[in-house]
Ligand binder design. Structure first.
Ligand code: AMP
Ligand code: TRP
Length: 333
């Protein structure tokens, strides 16, 4: 049976290789299976949990849509829309925030990371962010949610919220409890400058990530400068122990070429890092440059991107407004 897929990406600029390998590549695979119904959301309400420049935000929303399409998501097959266009997300988030418990949210590690040392100064939205994410998913009765490894905890919270709502109101199976779809291997791509840190949009150094808009020279240069260690290439998985940078680069190679880590290690066992890096950059250039060029082309056609979003909003709103109507009735409004 086909799956009902929902996932979201924040329009906060610099979509990178981590987003692609951790999430978007999987979106494309799910989109291509005709049995699935897929909804991919540009989560602009989530983006404003940290300060955004309004002009930049608008640009980033279009860029995220362009990235989805350039990566291979077909807007005729899947719904692509922006979250703020469908009012039910905000309404649902409020109602679910009265179901979720403080204790549950207090355990969320992403909030702790993003809020940093001065939690008092973080926005309330940053704290309640996972509840909005739960509303996103539950409004569409999604059965499966493809995300990178860092979103696992938020999905568990979403499942808890759905179950508590169903229990509290005695509505068996009304909110569907979704399954996460997280790749088993290489589900977390690390920074090119520090193998212990996640590759991220917000990292100051652009050399820490491959952006999906990078050109050939940028990709080659970033891989050339990527951190490695003084040891030679590993000959077995055991030899990767304590070598996060080598592990990350080999993981990227394996993921992009659909090989196992073992096979990738074997292939480069007798090489030095610079030979491996040459092959890795060639592979990256092959995969990323066509996407990068297509993004740039699509960005020139703003009216196409805007009308794609508008069509998506209309389709999504039809589904979500029905669900929120039922939620309100159940709650007693
Ligand atoms: P975000 O940009 O935070 O909205 O993330 C969009 C998607 O990309 C989510 O499914 C994340 O889990 C995934 N993602 C973000 N960064 C990484 C990373 N470094 N490695 C793997 N997946 C990632
Ligand atoms: N929180 C997710 C992230 O930062 C984005 C997101 C928002 C999402 N709503 C969602 C992902 C619903 C999956 C389903 O990556």
């Amino acid at each position: 049976m086909g799956k009902k897929i929902f996932s979201g990406v924040q329009p906060t600029g610099n979509l990178h290789l981590g987003n692609y390998l951790g999430a978007i590549k999987n979106f494309v695979k799910l989109n291509n299976d005709t049995a699935n119904e897929c909804i991919f959301c540009v989560v602009d309400l989530h983006a404003i949990t940290v300060k955004q420049d309004p002009k930049e935000l608008k640009k980033n929303i279009r860029e995220t849509v362009a990235t989805f399409i350039a990566s291979g998501i077909d807007p005729k097959k899947s719904i692509i829309f922006n979250q703020s266009g469908v009012a039910a997300h905000s309404e649902g988030a409020w109602i679910l925030s009265c179901v979720a418990r403080m204790g549950w949210l207090n355990r969320m590690t992403q909030f702790k990371e993003k809020a940093g040392k001065d939690k008092e100064k973080a926005s309330i939205g940053l704290y309640s962010y996972p509840i909005l994410m739960a509303a996103d998913i539950l409004l569409y009765d999604a059965t499966h949610v493809p995300v990178g490894d860092d979103q696992k905890q938020h999905l568990e919270l979403c499942r808890d919220i759905a179950q508590k709502f169903n229990n509290d109101f005695g509505v068996v199976d009304f909110l569907k409890v979704p399954e996460p779809l997280i790749q088993k291997e290489f589900s977390r791509i690390m920074s090119l400058k520090d193998g212990s840190k996640k590759m991220s949009k917000s990292e100051l150094s652009d050399l820490s990530r491959i952006n999906l808009t990078d050109d050939k020279d940028q990709i080659i240069n970033k891989i050339k400068k990527a951190k490695t260690d003084p040891l030679s290439m590993p000959k077995s998985i055991n030899e990767l122990e304590g070598r996060p940078e080598a592990q990350n680069l080999l993981g990227i190679f394996a993921n992009l070429s659909n090989l196992t880590l073992e096979t990738s290690i074997e292939r480069f066992a007798s090489n030095n890092f610079s030979d491996f890096k040459k092959e890795l950059s060639a592979l990256l250039v092959n995969k990323i440059v066509p996407i990068s060029e297509e993004i740039k082309k699509l960005l020139k056609d703003q009216s196409y991107l805007d009308s794609t979003l508008l069509e998506g909003v209309e389709k999504a709103d039809k589904i979500a407004s029905k669900k929120i109507k039922n939620i309100k009735e159940i709650v007693g409004f």
